[in-house]
Design a protein around this ligand. Structure first.
Ligand code: HAM
Length: 431
C-alpha cells in the first residue's frame, strides 16, 4: 500500500475529487476564510501570521500548565542537535500576543484588531471533528478592557456565522471572573471535592491541587457524574462586583444589537488565560462536546508572557467543524466555476497557437488549453469535464481564415470569431 498521511490529519482536496466531503474540500476552506476576511476587515482587523512552531515555554505560560493541551497534547519539534524546546502551536492567541510584544505593535492605534487563519496542532484522541492538525480562523483585539470591545468581538463571530448562512448555531456566554474571583471559586471547589478525592480520576485528583476549576472540564464520565451529584455552584455565583458589572454591560450591548445568546453559568474554557467574558459557539448537529468556536478576554496574558499589562480579547473558529455544520445543514456553497475558455488544436502544428490564444485570454479571464492536438469530440468532452463556458478549436482552416471556432457548451451555439476580435467577443460574455 502506498504511504498514508498521519492519523488525525486531512488532505484538503480539489473540487471533483470522488466522495469529496466539505470538511476536506480545499475550496470550502477558502470560502470560509474569505467570508471571515470580509467580515473582519470591514471592522478594521488586519491580517497577521506567526510561525507554526514556537518556544514550548510560550505555550506553557500562555495556555497554562494545568490544561490538557500542555499536559498531554503538545507536539514537540526536534531537529538535529536540538534539545526539543519547540512545539507546534496548539492555538494562535499566545503567538499573537507574543508577536504584539516583540514587534512593538503597541505603537499602533489601540485597540488593535488582528486576525489570522491557519493550522493548529494538538495530539488529541482522534474522532469526527477532533483532529491533530486542524485549522482555525482567529480574531484578537489588543489594548482595550472596555466591555464594548467584548461585545463587538462576539458580534463579529456571529456575523461570520450569518455571512456563511449557518442557522443552527448558538452562543453560550459566561464569565470566568477576575483572578481573585477564580481563587475564591477554586477554594470552594477544593473544599467541596477534597473529601471525594478518591472517586475522582487521576487527572482530576491532580487538578485538585493545581487548578480545581479544570475538573469541571473533565472528560471522565465518573468525574462528571460525581460533579452532578454534588450540585456544584457555578462560577457566575462567585463574580466580584467589577467582573459582574463588566458581564452585564456585555449582555446589554449584545441584546441591543440582537445577537442571540444563552447564559451558561458554569462555562469553563479549556485554556488558562481567560478572565471575565468567555463564550463558546455550539451547533445542534455537531454535538455538545464539539464547539464550533470559542473565545474570551485574557487581560493577564501579556504580563504572563513577560510583557506589560495589555488587555486583550479574541476568539477562534475551527474551520473543519464549521464546514461539518454547514454540510449537516445542507447550506449551498457556490458551485466551483470552470474556465471561460478551453482551447485546443486539431493538429500538432497548431498546438502552440492554441496555447497562445489561451495565454492572451488570461489577461481577462480564466482560460485553459490542451497540451496535445485533439479531435473535435474529445475537445468538447474535455471542455465539459472542466465546466468551461466555451470550447475553442483551431485547425488549419481556422488558421487560413484567421478565425477561431467557438462552441458555447450550455446552448451548443457555434460562433466563428475573427482571431483579433476574440477578446472583444469574450468581454461580452464575462459576467
Ligand atoms: P479553543 O476553544 O481551544 O480556543 O479552540 C477554538 C476552536 O478550535 C474550537 O471551538 C474548535 O472548533 C476548534 N478546535 C480545537 N481543537 C480542535 C481539534 N482537535 N480538532 C478540530 N477542531 C478543533 C482557542 O484555541 C483560543 N485560542 C481561542 C481564542 C482566541 N481565545 C481568545 N482568542
Amino acid at each position: 500500500m502506498a504511504l498514508q498521511r498521519p492519523k488525525g490529519t486531512q488532505d484538503h482536496l480539489p473540487d471533483g475529487t470522488p466522495k469529496l466531503s466539505r470538511d476536506v474540500q480545499a475550496s470550502a476552506f477558502v470560502y470560509v476564510q474569505d467570508a471571515a476576511r470580509r467580515v473582519l476587515e470591514r471592522a478594521g482587523a488586519q491580517f497577521v501570521q506567526t510561525p507554526l512552531f514556537e518556544e514550548a515555554e510560550l505555550v506553557r505560560r500562555g495556555v497554562g500548565g494545568s490544561t490538557d493541551i500542555v499536559r498531554k497534547e503538545m507536539f514537540t519539534v526536534y531537529y538535529f542537535g536540538d534539545h526539543g524546546g519547540y512545539v507546534l502551536r496548539p492555538e494562535g492567541t499566545a503567538s499573537i500576543v507574543r508577536a504584539y510584544l516583540q514587534n512593538g505593535l503597541k505603537q499602533l492605534p489601540a485597540p488593535l484588531k488582528l486576525w489570522t487563519h491557519g493550522p493548529m496542532f494538538r495530539a488529541e484522541n482522534v474522532q469526527k471533528g477532533r483532529l491533530r492538525q486542524f485549522h482555525q480562523v482567529d480574531y484578537e483585539v489588543l489594548g482595550s478592557a472596555e466591555p464594548l470591545v467584548d461585545a463587538e468581538a462576539i458580534w463579529l463571530m456571529w456575523e461570520v456565522v450569518r455571512e456563511l448562512g449557518l442557522k443552527g448555531a448558538h452562543i453560550k456566554l459566561g464569565s470566568i471572573g477576575d483572578p481573585e474571583d477564580r481563587e475564591a471559586y477554586n477554594a470552594y471547589l477544593r473544599d467541596l471535592l477534597t473529601p471525594h478525592a478518591e472517586h475522582l480520576s487521576d487527572d482530576s485528583r491532580d487538578r485538585l491541587t493545581r487548578n480545581p476549576m479544570r475538573i469541571l472540564d473533565s472528560k471522565s464520565e465518573g468525574d462528571q457524574a460525581l460533579l452532578g451529584e454534588l450540585g456544584i455552584r457555578p462560577m457566575l455565583d462567585f463574580l466580584g462586583e467589577a467582573a459582574r458589572r463588566h458581564f452585564e454591560a456585555v449582555q446589554r450591548y449584545l441584546t441591543a444589537w440582537n445577537v442571540p445568546f444563552d447564559i451558561d453559568p458554569s462555562l469553563v474554557r479549556g485554556l488558562d488565560y481567560y478572565r471575565r467574558t468567555a463564550w463558546e459557539l455550539h451547533h445542534t448537529q455537531v454535538g455538545a462536546k464539539s464547539a464550533l468556536g470559542g473565545g474570551g478576554r485574557y487581560d493577564g496574558l501579556s504580563a504572563q508572557l513577560g510583557g506589560p499589562e495589555v488587555p486583550g480579547i479574541g476568539w477562534a473558529f475551527g474551520i473543519e467543524r464549521l464546514l461539518l455544520a454547514l454540510e449537516a445543514e445542507g447550506v449551498p456553497f457556490p458551485e466551483p466555476a470552470g474556465p471561460l475558455l478551453f482551447v485546443a488544436a486539431l493538429d500538432e502544428e497548431n498546438v502552440s497557437l492554441a496555447a497562445s490564444v489561451a495565454l492572451a485570454v488570461r489577461a481577462q479571464a480564466r482560460a485553459e488549453f490542451a497540451y496535445r492536438a485533439m479531435k473535435p469530440g474529445t475537445i468538447f468532452r474535455e471542455a465539459e469535464r472542466r465546466r468551461a463556458r466555451f470550447a475553442a478549436l483551431i485547425g488549419s482552416e481556422e488558421v487560413e481564415q484567421n478565425v477561431i471556432t467557438l462552441k458555447e457548451l450550455a446552448t451548443g451555439r457555434q460562433h466563428t470569431v475573427p482571431t483579433h476580435d476574440l477578446s472583444l467577443f469574450l468581454q461580452g460574455h464575462l459576467t
